[in-house]
Design a binder for this molecule. Structure first.
Ligand code: ADP
Ligand code: MG
Length: 777
């Protein structure tokens, strides 16, 4: 509790209702554009009114400045019935509404909604209402303190209604239609008729009596007909004001309905201002006109009670809550947002690890294996022949028949499932299964008995001893079959062929990694393609290195493709400082804890899980789902990486995001949807940026190895994450440009690189492309 003395000095957050046109720069920064409604203090226009107020009340802290319409909107909102439009029809008129942020060019927010203060009182200042204005309106305008401005407000605001009626009466009197033969000098007094009086005269029951009283008090000696006509005039002017506000409201409603891509809109409209609150007729007219003009919208007009004061307090409370939430978000998500310096550091570490990996003595210290592939040339386009290819190590296992001809490369393939029981069973069972698939394929394509050269895309880390000899170092990506690590996979395949008695029909000529296959496939079309990149289930890269820089293979001539196995980058702890708790939680639940650390920050197998762990933490911190823990969210793999692509898809409305989350049984509201999207963006952006840092090291290493000032190269890419995510590739390209400015890098997507590439390696090798393995020709 505060003592009274403490209380005196406690800074209470203050919300400030300021019902004039302001250019709002932030919740607590608003520059007065112009005074209206009779205010005209000097030295305020163009200044930040919060600052002025701040200076005046130095003890209070201003967190929110808002327009009176916003106040009305906030007050009328209840959790069950959010109010998304507010209207003020009092001395002046204005309207604010929740607009889709993506449509707002001024604000640097692109998701969610933001309250827009329309300042519709200014409608017509450019002449747009000229057809509607009567001579009485012109006279009212001329006599006002701001002629030519706020034309719409001057048709609707109560400050002006009495004046419009007065000018109409003057005209009718001068045309001898009213007060014939009477002294009408009293009509010359500005402000002789108030809005209150106009509304009183409109009244069915005692309006006539009120008209008579008033006109008599002005010495006009009205006849019954005079009173009747004045009453009609008052009704006409007020009805027009009501109809015009309703017209404006209908326009806003239709806009909201359309921009939300809804066929119907149901919405609460908070209404404040004396005109609406004191005249039931005003509201009746508004409802019927809105019904006519915006039939697609169902509107509930909610009158405010002290909209302004209460509203300011509510906005202030909301602003404080959001600020606290932002702070928690920043604490949790900050470590996932890597700065330029962080990425340069990752790039330098990658470079250092590459150099160590290529060094004969220090190879074992490096987390990058930098495996020689014995692929010494990229294709030159003259390769020909028919080949069989296998693709193992991705989501699907495939067998392919590939025909490389002068015109193009024809392929036919079949996908075979590898059940988890086989992936994680015995090696013998795995390779038997693979042989069965090959036999089935040959049978189906009527290729039995043909011993075509076979290229084997095997996308796991292998110590390659020759083009057709590859010792599996360790499984990754969920594979874990026994008795395979440390053995030559070509031999394992040949053994299986023996067991199936088809040994003679199998002619394995090359084992390649999928990165190499991808590079070769793209290299067939673009000779500048000397890098292969995969961002799918896992991630990896290969590139053409100068033999002189490859300390692990004899010979200094020419180049050799190096399979970096960059998924394992950091397994020696060198990038641990960039790991977050979320990453560690994901890692702990994998079958290869502590391994493939770089991959686990980037690839499709993990991003969904990272997002899920972050969402769990946000719920825990009561920032998400109002802190209600969700059983569903605790399920591993609830979110696939595809989820990130879906949620981040450009043009997806937040309502759609909300629907997707609800499908997952997550009771998400609008704010939750914004948050979930933000989390997905942060995770996918980090992945793309880390990938860029790695790639920057690769291209810079190539440039340096070749002793070039500038370097132009193409990267062949494969992988569903790279291809399908709406922003991954863009983020990667842009960051790579920043990190490696001296390299001009083009990306080329491979169409089925693994299959095509394996065939091309087989083609190049069987045609004698690489005469001596182990040293470049
Ligand atoms: P692989 O790398 O196994 O050869 P892919 O390149 O097809 O196979 O990548 C599969 C991975 O891509 C899956 O792990 C999945 O997480 C991810 N993925 C699938 N669909 C999408 C998508 N629409 N957006 C982003 N990632 C996706
Ligand atoms: Mg693949």
């Amino acid at each position: 509790m505060f003592t009274s003395e403490q209380k005196k000095f406690t800074r209470l957050p203050l919300g400030f209702v300021f019902p004039f046109s302001c250019r709002q720069m932030a919740l607590d920064k608003a520059e007065l554009i112009s005074w209206s409604k009779g205010f005209q203090c000097s030295n305020v226009e163009g200044k930040d009114v919060v600052q002025l107020l701040q200076a005046a009340i130095s003890r209070q802290e201003v967190v929110a400045l808002m327009n009176n319409t916003v106040g009305a909107m906030m007050t009328c909102s209840t959790p069950q019935k959010p109010c998304e439009i507010a209207l003020v029809v009092g001395s002046g008129t204005n309207c604010c509404f929740m607009a889709e942020s993506r449509l707002l060019e001024l604000a640097d927010v692109t998701s969610g909604r933001m309250c827009v203060n329309s300042e519709w009182g200014c409608l017509g200042d450019d002449g747009a209402l000229d057809n509607v204005l009567t001579p009485y309106d012109h006279r009212v305008d001329q006599e006002s303190s701001n002629p030519g401005e706020r034309r719409f407000e001057k048709l609707v605001g109560s400050v002006y209604l009495g004046e419009i009626v007065r000018h109409a009466i003057i005209t009718l009197a001068s045309e001898q239609a009213l007060f014939v033969g009477k002294n009408t000098s009293a009509l010359a007094n500005r402000g002789m008729l108030t809005a209150q009086q106009v509304l009183g005269i409109m009244d069915n029951e005692n309006g006539m009596a009120k008209a008579q009283d008033l006109l008599e008090s002005l010495g006009l000696q009205p006849s019954e007909q005079d009173c009747c006509r004045v009453q009609q005039l008052c009704r006409a002017v007020v009805s027009r004001a009501a109809a015009l506000s309703a017209t404006g409201l209908a326009a806003v409603l239709s806009h909201m309905c359309y921009s939300r891509q809804q066929e119907q809109l149901m919405v609460n409209v908070g209404v404040d201002g004396g005109l609406y609150l004191t005249s039931t007729r005003f509201g009746e007219i508004m409802r019927s006109v809105v019904g006519l003009l915006a039939p697609e919208c169902t509107v509930n007009l909610v009158p405010t009670t002290d909209g302004n004061g209460l509203g300011a307090a509510i906005v202030t409370a909301v602003a404080l809550r959001l600020a606290a939430q932002q702070k928690k978000m920043q604490q949790l998500l900050g470590p996932l947002q890597l700065s330029h310096t962080d990425l340069q550091r990752v790039q330098a570490l990658m470079m250092q690890e590459m150099e160590r990996g290529l060094d004969k003595e220090r190879n074992a210290e490096s987390s990058l294996r930098m495996l020689p592939t014995y692929v010494c040339h990229t294709p030159d386009g003259t390769e020909r022949g028919e080949f069989l290819a296998l693709d193992l190590g991705g989501t699907n296992f495939r067998v392919l028949a590939v025909n490389v001809s002068q015109e193009n490369i024809d392929m036919s393939s079949k996908i075979y499932a590898i059940p988890t029981a086989i992936m994680q069973g015995t090696g013998e069972a795995l390779f038997d299964h693979i042989m069965d698939c090959i036999i089935d394929f040959q049978h189906e394509k009527q290729m039995r008995g043909q011993a075509l050269p076979l290229g084997f895309t095997f996308s796991f880390p292998c110590q390659q001893l020759g083009l057709d000899k590859a010792v599996l170092l360790n499984w990754t990506k969920g594979f874990n079959a026994s008795d395979c690590e440390g053995r030559d996979v070509v031999q394992l395949l040949r053994d299986a062929a023996q067991r199936k008695r088809v040994g003679k029909a199998l002619k394995v000529v090359a084992v390649v990694n999928d990165t190499v296959g991808t590079m070769m496939a793209c290299g067939y079309h673009d000779p500048k393609c000397e890098i292969g990149l995969i961002v799918g289930t896992g991630t990896n890269t290969c590139y053409m290195e100068e033999m002189a820089k490859v300390g692990t293979v004899e010979g200094d001539q020419g180049r050799m493709c190096i399979n970096m196995e960059w998924g394992a980058f950091g397994d020696n702890g060198c990038i641990d400082s960039y790991f977050t708790n979320f990453d560690r939680q994901v890692d702990e639940k994998t079958i290869n804890v502590g391994k493939q650390r770089f991959e686990k920050l980037i690839s499709g197998m993990y991003l969904g899980e990272i997002v899920r762990h972050i969402l769990l933490a946000l719920v825990e911190e009561e920032v998400l789902l109002r802190g209600k823990s969700s059983q569903k969210l605790k399920n591993r793999n609830l979110l696939q990486t595809k989820f990130l692509s879906t949620i981040e898809a450009p043009g997806l409305s937040l309502l759609q995001v909300q629907a997707i989350l609800r499908d997952l049984d997550l009771d998400a509201n609008y704010e939750d949807s914004v948050l979930v999207r933000e989390v997905c963006q942060i995770v996918s952006r980090r992945a793309a940026h880390l990938c860029a840092a790695g790639m920057a090291a690769v291209v810079e290493k190539m440039r340096e190895s070749r002793g070039l000032e500038q370097f132009t190269v193409t990267v062949g890419v494969d992988g569903t994450l790279y291809k399908m995510h709406p922003y991954f590739s863009q983020n990667l390209h842009k960051m790579l440009k920043d990190l490696a400015p001296r390299c001009n890098v083009t990306f080329m997507q491979s169409e089925d690189g693994s299959g095509k590439g394996a065939a091309l390696v087989a083609a190049v090798s069987s045609l004698g492309g690489w005469r001596r393995e182990g040293s470049a020709s």
